[in-house]
Design a protein around this ligand. Structure first.
Ligand SMILES: [Zn+2]
Ligand SMILES: [Zn+2]
Ligand SMILES: [Zn+2]
Length: 110
């Protein structure tokens, strides 16, 4: 229910270095929407981490504006009902759960 007011603030202090989430190119790729192929140019990115602390995979996902907005809504919706988030007792635990869903987001190239 709670639509957080976080959509435009990319300056959140989440304790990770988001200055270098592996920016490689800026061109040539397309939207990372995974339900179907989307050919739009990505304009925004999101980072979320998997459960493996040793994972070295790139966790950045680039989206076109439409899918970025969609995905953000889906994530925020999910967090409001997420069992892991509900079970988190401390702010630190909640932070970790949140980072597993969304750790960073913003406009590409900024
Ligand atoms: Zn991973
Ligand atoms: Zn897209
Ligand atoms: Zn969850």
């Amino acid at each position: 229910m709670t639509m957080a007011t976080t959509t435009t603030d990319t300056d959140q202090d989440l304790g990770i270095d988001v200055d270098d989430p592996g920016f490689d190119d800026g061109g040539g790729s397309s939207c990372d929407w995974d339900d179907y192929i989307c050919d739009e140019d990505p304009e925004y990115y999101m980072v979320w981490f998997c459960d493996d602390p040793d994972c070295r995979l790139r966790h950045r996902h680039d989206f076109c504006l439409r899918h970025y907005a969609l995905r953000l809504i889906m994530i925020l919706d999910h967090i409001s009902v997420c069992p892991a988030y509900r079970d988190a007792k401390t702010p630190e635990e909640r932070r970790k759960v949140t980072m597993g869903h969304i750790a960073a987001w913003g406009r590409l190239g900024d």
